[in-house]
Structures are given as structure tokens and as C-alpha cells.
Design a protein around this ligand. Structure first.
Ligand SMILES: Cc1cc2nc3c(=O)[nH]c(=O)nc-3n(C[C@H](O)[C@H](O)[C@H](O)COP(=O)(O)OP(=O)(O)OC[C@H]3O[C@@H](n4cnc5c(N)ncnc54)[C@H](O)[C@@H]3O)c2cc1C
Length: 482
């Protein structure tokens, strides 16, 4: 350990969803001002309002914190772990260390924004330098506005404006060495945070994922060397690795979005330019999601579109909901998606749309039922993107697919999983059926009974009836006020 002279001032660097050392503005600010950075993670899930992190997020965070601590130790420092309440824990640390500054990177969830603003104000009142930075976004939610000065509700003009202001920040490598305090501070062991699942139902996750900064950089490299070429057409194919798999790394701040953008820009060629643009546009949707959540914080639980205020969702049916969660709906592409989610903590974007459409249209369950399940089971569960995704599919959100656009899960599967490879991987009890029968096994009842007896004979909701009922409910709901 590189122990520092006791006279040198220290700063608390409060790490949250910015679990990285490269491109970390709060850490950088502490170092550049000559402070000894005391890196701390405070466990306070109760401060996240209605959306404390779900179980899959906790499982990821456990590993990401371990990786960050190892990275800090390799540089002569360490990650201090403590329980919240955050404000009291920070005050305690300031007293113990004599720190004169507290730095952090901003979070934009409504509950944490309000908490952080209060903490900053009170620290400043006590004469402590309190500063926050942007580590998570290309454009902070308030930095883009329509010509009238209001928030955007439509993606395309939002992104056009964003691209016009596109400036890549300077990239910063992780510091090679970090000074440390001369004396050890008491911290909790990682296991004491209770993030690690017991029993280890998450073991399937780690066949796919490597949480932490090194894993994030590796995922970026794998993507730029591989699936980026052809991303525009392949990103909709769940049977292929056609996307970057960067979403959980982005959510936990293990890599800066601007590093991803810079890396793609550096590798831009005439041959892959359209793919680079298509990928940046998806990063743009992530930015749009945070823009919307900041300006419409109520939308984590309420429809953005007031037309749905009196929409008649079907009565809650716990057995049907449970069958959806467990991938037992009798619709192969839906079941495949829900099982992928359970096994890996992830689901392909196209399939997220299909399972969400099935839940909100054919089953006519409120989108919050789905949003809550995703929240608990996705390793990339993200309040902005999850809210946007569910409201978009349900037709209740900004720039949403209209409610009357009901995905036919069989047509979708035939188009995007044409050889039924994705279906077969996650619903192996269909594997003895001829490929063509795996999309809608109820259309081949004898084959299904003989070759796939373990699979439901019929979908839980008849496709045509479910669609008609959804459209009828939509027609009954009030048109938007003029
Ligand atoms: C119902 C529903 C719920 C969703 N919930 C989440 C969620 O909780 N967290 C989450 O990160 N994404 C969510 N998404 C968006 C999308 O499915 C994932 O971001 C994407 O599948 C992640 O895979 P990837 O990193 O390989 O994506 P890529 O195709 O490689 O895209 C690159 C990055 O762009 C961003 N991105 C891509 N598509 C979207 C999108 N539609 N909306 C917002 N950002 C996007 C992500 O940060 C992603 O990592 C949801 C979509 C739907 C339809």
C-alpha cells in the first residue's frame, strides 16, 4: 500500500452506479485537486423510493463491487463498504477522515436525485466542498430542449438535436497508482451487504457475463471486432449474437457511454458507417429514456399518455401471470424469452418487445406487472429504459407504438428466428418437432402430442381472441382530451 503522509487532505469519492476507474469524473476531480481519494460504496437500497434494486441487479452489483475493490487494491487503494443511511454515513466518514470534500457522479432516478440534492446542500452548509459530475450520459436530461424550451416526447427530433451538439469528452485512462490514507478505515466485508444470492440461483448468469470494468471493456472489444459489422440488420435476430451486450455494464457505470461512442467513431469505415450510426442511435434511445424520466418522473408507475387513464386492463390472474413469468404460456417465442431472462438475467430486445406485447395486449395485464418482473430479473434493469420499454410496447408512453399494433408472436418468431434456433435453445421440449411446427405447435396437434407431449397443447390465450379483446378495450377507452 502506498501510505500517504498524514497531513495530506482527503476527499470522499462516493461511488454508486459508476463502478469504474477510467473516465470517472468524480475520482478524477479528487485526484486532480491533490486529495487522497477515499472511495466508498454505501449500501442504502431503502433510499431508492419505489424501485429498490431487484435481485438480479444485486447479484451483478456484488461481483462488480468485488472487481472494483480488486482494481483499487492493485493501485494501492481500496473500496470501503458501509451501510446507509447515506447522509449519516457520509457525515461519519467526513468526521473520521477529516475530509474537506465529497465528490460523486450523478444518478438521475427521481428518488436519488432528490436525496442527493439535499445531501449536497447540507454538506455545503457545513463548509464541505460537495461536487457532482456526469459519468453516465452523453447528454444530461436537462441539456436538450425543444425550440419552445420544453422536453422532447418524440425520439427523432431529440436525437437530431443531440447529434448536432455531439462533442466527445477527452478519454481518461484509469490512474496507475492511487494514494491511500495512512490509517485503515473500518469497512464491511462484501458479503455483509447481502447482495449475493443464496442459494445461487444466479449461476447461469455467469456463463454469459463478467461484471466489472474489465468485463465491460472486453464486451466492447468483442462487439467492435465482431457483431458491429452487420449490426443494423442483425440486431433484431435473437438467434444470433447481433448486439453488444453492453447494457448491464452501462447501467452499472462500468464503462462510459462516451468511451463506447469514441471507440466506434475511431473504427468507422465506409463499410461499417451505417452500422455505427444504427448503434449510436440505440445509445440515443438510452439517452432519450433518461430525458423522459427526468421530465416525467411519475411515469415509472403512471401512463404518460392520459388516454389510458380509464383503460380496462383485464382482472389480475395470478396463475396466468406466473405462467408468463416461468415461460409456460404455450407460445414458444414468449416462453423462450422468459426462460432466457430467468437463466441469463437478460433478454434480447426483439423478444422483450414480443413478451411485453403478449402480456399487455393478449393477456391485457397492466404493463407495471411486466415492468416489476423485469426489474427483479434483468441484470440490466434500469429505471429509465425499463419504463420507456414497457410504456412503448404498451402504447401508453412517449413516441410509443400505438396500442392497436398488436404483435403476432408467431409471425414475429418466423421472421426473426426463422430456423427456430432461439426457440429450440430455450424450449428444448419442442426440439423433436419439425422446425416449421415449432413456432405454433397447436397448429400440428398430432405431432405435438406425439413429439412434444410436455409442451402445452394450446396457448394460454387464443391469439385471435386475445387480439380482438385488446382492440375492443382500446376502443372503449377515452380518446385524448383536445
Ligand atoms: C419491455 C422492455 C424493457 C426494457 N428494459 C430495459 C432495461 O431495464 N434496461 C436496459 O438497459 N434496456 C432495457 N430495454 C432496452 C433494450 O432491450 C436493451 O437495452 C438491450 O436489449 C440491451 O442489449 P444490448 O446491450 O446488446 O443492446 P445493443 O443493441 O447493443 O444496444 C447498445 C446499447 O444501447 C442501449 N439501448 C439499446 N436499445 C435500447 C432501447 N430500446 N431503449 C433504451 N436503450 C437502448 C442500451 O444501453 C444498449 O446496451 C428494454 C426494452 C423493452 C422492450
Amino acid at each position: 500500500m502506498s501510505k500517504t503522509d498524514p497531513g495530506r487532505a482527503c476527499a470522499i469519492v462516493w461511488l454508486r452506479n459508476d463502478l469504474r476507474l477510467a473516465d470517472n469524473p468524480a475520482l478524477q476531480a479528487a485526484i486532480e485537486a491533490g486529495f487522497v481519494p477515499v472511495c466508498v460504496y454505501l449500501h442504502a437500497p431503502g433510499e431508492e423510493g419505489e424501485w429498490p434494486p431487484g435481485a438480479a441487479s444485486d447479484a451483478w452489483r456484488h461481483r462488480s463491487l468485488a472487481a472494483l475493490d480488486a482494481d483499487l487494491r492493485a493501485r494501492g487503494s481500496r473500496l470501503l463498504l458501509r451501510h446507509g443511511p447515506s447522509e449519516a454515513a457520509l457525515a461519519g466518514l467526513v468526521r473520521e477522515t477529516g475530509a474537506t470534500a465529497v465528490f460523486w457522479n450523478r444518478k438521475y432516478e427521481p428518488a436519488t436525485q432528490a436525496r442527493d440534492a439535499g445531501i449536497k446542500r447540507r454538506l455545503k452548509e457545513q463548509g464541505i466542498q460537495a461536487e457532482s459530475f456526469n459519468a453516465a450520459l452523453l447528454f444530461e436530461p436537462w441539456s436538450l430542449a425543444t425550440q419552445q424550451g420544453g422536453p422532447y416526447k418524440v425520439f427523432t427530433p431529440f436525437w437530431r438535436n443531440a447529434l448536432g451538439q455531439w462533442r466527445l469528452p477527452v478519454l481518461r485512462h484509469a490512474p496507475e497508482r492511487l494514494p491511500a490514507l495512512a490509517r485503515e478505515l473500518a469497512g464491511l466485508p462484501l458479503d455483509a451487504l447481502g447482495l449475493k444470492p443464496a442459494p445461487d440461483w444466479d449461476r447461469g448468469f455467469w456463463e454469459t457475463w463478467q461484471p466489472g470494468e474489465a468485463g465491460a471493456h472486453e464486451a466492447l472489444e468483442v462487439f467492435t471486432d465482431g457483431a458491429l459489422r452487420g449490426y443494423r440488420s442483425e440486431r433484431d435476430r435473437p438467434d444470433r449474437v447481433g448486439t453488444s451486450l453492453l447494457s448491464p455494464h452501462l447501467h452499472f457505470g462500468e464503462i462510459a457511454p462516451w468511451r463506447i461512442a469514441a471507440s466506434l467513431e475511431q473504427g468507422r469505415t465506409a463499410a461499417n458507417g451505417a452500422d455505427v450510426d444504427a448503434f449510436l442511435r440505440e445509445l440515443g434511445w438510452r439517452e432519450f429514456a433518461w430525458h423522459l424520466l427526468h421530465h416525467f418522473p411519475q411515469t415509472t408507475t403512471q401512463n404518460l399518455n392520459s388516454r389510458f387513464a380509464d383503460f380496462q386492463w383485464a382482472r389480475q390472474d395470478p396463475a396466468q401471470l406466473q405462467a408468463w413469468r416461468e415461460g409456460r404460456t404455450g407460445v414458444p417465442i414468449v416462453d423462450a424469452g422468459m426462460r432466457e431472462l430467468w437463466h441469463t438475467g437478460y433478454m434480447h430486445n426483439r423478444v422483450r418487445m414480443i413478451v411485453a406485447s403478449w402480456l399487455t395486449k393478449h393477456m391485457r395485464q397492466h404493463w407495471l406487472q411486466g415492468a416489476r418482473w423485469f426489474w427483479d430479473t434483468l441484470v440490466d434493469a434500469d429505471l429509465a429504459s425499463n419504463t420507456l420499454g414497457w410504456q412503448w410496447v404498451a402504447g401508453t408512453g412517449a413516441d410509443a407504438a400505438p396500442y392497436f399494433r398488436v404483435f403476432n408472436p408467431v409471425t414475429q418468431a418466423r421472421k426473426f428466428d426463422p430456423d427456430a434456433r432461439y426457440i429450440t435453445r430455450w424450449v428444448p421440449e419442442l426440439s423433436a418437432l419439425p422446425t416449421g411446427a415449432r413456432f405454433a405447435p397447436w397448429e400440428s396437434p398430432e405431432l405435438r402430442a406425439r413429439l412434444a407431449p410436455a409442451y402445452p397443447a394450446m396457448p394460454m390465450v387464443d391469439l385471435a381472441q386475445g387480439r380482438d379483446a385488446a382492440l375492443a378495450a382500446y376502443k372503449r377507452s377515452s380518446p385524448p382530451p383536445r
